[in-house]
Design a protein around this ligand. Sequence first.
Ligand SMILES: *Cc1c(COP(=O)(O)O)cnc(C)c1O
Length: 326
Amino acid sequence: MDLSDLPRFELALLPTPVQPLPRLSDELGVKLSVKRDDLTGLAFGGNKTRKLDLLVAQARRQGADTLVTVGAEQSNHCRQTAAAAARAGLACTLVLHGSDPGRAQGNVLLDRMLGAHIVWADDRRLDLVQNEMVAALEARGRKPYAIPYGGSNSYGAAAYAQAMKELLESGHIPERIVLASSSGGTQAGLLLGAALYGFRGRVTGISVDPGAEELSGVIDGLIRSAVTTFDLEVGSIGTVEVVDDYLGEGYAIVGDRERNALRVAAREEGLLLDPVYTGRAFGGMMGMIREGRIGLGERVLFWHTGGTPALFAYGEEVLSRTDTSS
Ligand SMILES: *Cc1c(COP(=O)(O)O)cnc(C)c1O
């Protein structure tokens, strides 16, 4: 089928802009631009909104009355799902890792404002708790629709294949796309879109969490499942390029690399990155340029996947010592 025939709920404001970053380009020695998917428009935006366009349309077709999804405490995916549910007139249950932090900050504040029911999973496996919630809702006669971690399934990937088409139609065609990669749906979709619509550049995913081998396998699986689900005719898929050299102290731990990237983007371009995903990916991209793994003068497009509300949950951690003392 043609992916543009998939029904959409139209949550995202598209196309998102592509913006040149002239000051950072001079500083880093590459021709850098940014695709602003932090501006998708739904409750502070982000990459999950494109995926939810397709997922919510499916939920409605199936007669669902509740969206059930999972994520980290400061999950951007969960916040966008809560907002999508509100827009669609559906209830929303979020299964979040950990325990109730007490004061609602950042994305948790927004989850609550948007009316989501939050279930704290402590250390239990999120998918198992999600299955329990789905079963409990069904037992009460409700019609839940389960969305996987990060919205990454065939529909999530299809949304980013369409985003690649959008980029190509905008005429801003880079030699390389760099993005933060975690549950893999975004990168899988971009690679699928590259094969479907003829993008010949590289797609470099900077892992925020999993090792390169694991994440490449996940991305590969997502591409295959989208090809099967939507009966797509594609030629060969480009290399799944995942870089796992910038994991620092682990998921959602802000280190010097992230702090420096946040600071440089903010101070040189007035561009806000997030502490968990885009800060790490941008810092990793700067590392790759410094190490010669991205060539000087290359046309690089950084795909901004959102996440900025998490800034308000990380307070002082995003400021360096010099920022706090001045
Ligand atoms: C979810 C998320 C990502 C990662 O996207 P995946 O499709 O899960 O790989 C990157 N950046 C931000 C801000 C996110 O919320």
